[in-house]
Write a protein that binds this ligand. Structure first.
Ligand SMILES: Nc1ncnc2c1ncn2[C@@H]1O[C@H](COP(=O)(O)OP(=O)(O)O)[C@@H](O)[C@H]1O
Ligand SMILES: [Mg+2]
Length: 366
């Protein structure tokens, strides 16, 4: 078996102290725009251990009084942040908690993106490669490709997390034949304000060997908070080697966060005219959030449409093609994971995609 790649030392990330979900979502977007991941703490107690070493601390207006009461030590590069209506200009709370700046949103957005940007060079870890997969239309084969990528990575002894980010996808654990496996699913992982406890993440999820899966259960459909996705990808980037995200075609906030975190995004498009037309609509919505978007064309091509023509029509690079694999469908119905035996067109494509990923610099890396 190949040796594992050693993980780099833990990096220092900006710390956000807030329990205000809306504010948190805004700050996560600004952090993503600044090219950095963040640590989250809902209150001063959770923030204490990371308060001093963090390169930047943002205290939400909702937690300012609590931070004052908790007597957290004064530290440089501390910012009080809130929407302009939530920041009371009459109080001296910023000075009392030792904040050098008060950032009122939305006016301070560009300034905050710059501060986050300064922290992105401070990061020295989080080397997991993150790849996102989407379908150009329903039933394109995105989830099967996502499953195949994760299985192939784990077969190569890469510590892998497969994330089902499609609430309407029917459960990625089913694609692997893992539905009976014990462990947490999304509904149990996200609490009411969408926070995830990163250290317990991997331990709590269903796993086999080097593959860990975060999927849905068969219960009532629930909203996936963007903050939960951000925290999950952040934890995974630090603790795994490969993260595969199976995304919905209709982007919710969590999917946007996931796309922005991905080093590479792959759009699976059946080699058909109408599928290509549908995929063009998906590209228009998805491309603005992607650093690197490429297309995988899946056969059969009933009208003899070429993969290169599909890619050209979409204005995207062609990352690969998939021949029809009838045995794969039969295996899926029997609960066999895609690419599990390492043979066939899907397994070969997955191997090539993963080989290509190692050439992409991880987004969080210095
Ligand atoms: N590589 C493949 N070869 C043959 N059939 C496939 C392949 N990928 C997907 N399929 C078929 O298409 C169906 C839908 O695939 P899925 O990955 O769930 O689509 P999506 O996630 O894009 O909606 C699968 O249940 C399977 O029958
Ligand atoms: Mg799917």
């Amino acid at each position: 078996m190949p040796p594992r790649t050693p993980l780099p030392p833990h990096r220092r990330l900006p710390l956000l102290v807030t329990a205000d979900g809306e504010l948190l979502d805004e700050l996560l977007r600004l952090a993503a725009a600044g090219g950095t991941e963040v640590e989250l703490a809902a209150d001063p107690a959770a923030a204490r251990a990371r308060w001093a070493p963090a390169p930047l601390v943002l205290v939400g207006a909702d937690q300012a009084q609590a931070c004052l009461r908790a007597r957290l030590p004064r530290r440089p590069r501390t910012v009080l942040v809130g929407r302009s209506g939530d920041l009371d200009p009459g109080t001296e709370i910023a000075e009392l908690i030792g904040a050098e700046h008060v950032a009122a949103l939305p006016a301070a957005e560009p300034w905050l993106v710059d501060r986050f940007g300064e922290c992105s060079g401070d990061q020295s870890g989080g080397t997991a490669r993150v790849v996102a997969v989407l379908g150009g239309r329903g039933g394109a084969g995105a989830s099967v490709l996502a499953g195949g990528l994760a299985v192939t990575a784990a077969r190569a002894r890469l510590r892998t997390l497969l994330v089902d980010a499609d609430p309407l996808g029917g459960g990625l654990d089913l694609v692997l034949g893992w539905e009976q496996l014990e462990g947490l699913r999304w509904p149990g992982l996200t609490d009411t304000d969408g926070r995830v406890d990163p250290p317990s993440l991997v331990r709590a999820l269903p796993s086999r060997g080097d593959l860990v899966v975060l999927s849905w259960d068969r219960g009532d459909l629930q909203h996936l908070p963007a903050a939960a996705m951000a925290a999950t990808v952040d934890a995974a980037r630090r603790g795994r080697d490969v993260v595969v995200l199976d995304l919905p075609r209709y982007l919710d906030d969590a999917a946007v966060v996931a796309l922005q975190a991905a080093d590479r995004a792959l759009l699976v498009v059946p080699a058909e005219l109408r599928a290509t037309a549908a995929a063009a609509r998906v590209v228009a919505v998805v491309a603005p959030h992607c650093a690197d978007l490429a297309v995988i064309v899946r056969g059969p091509a009933p009208g003899r449409l070429k993969a290169s023509e599909v890619a050209r029509a979409l204005g995207l690079p062609l990352a690969g093609t998939l021949r029809p694999e009838p045995g794969l469908c039969r295996g899926l119905e029997r609960g066999e994971a895609p690419a599990a035996d390492g043979k066939g067109p899907l397994a070969a494509l997955c191997q090539r995609i993963l080989d290509g990923l190692t050439d992409v610099p991880a987004r969080g890396a210095a």
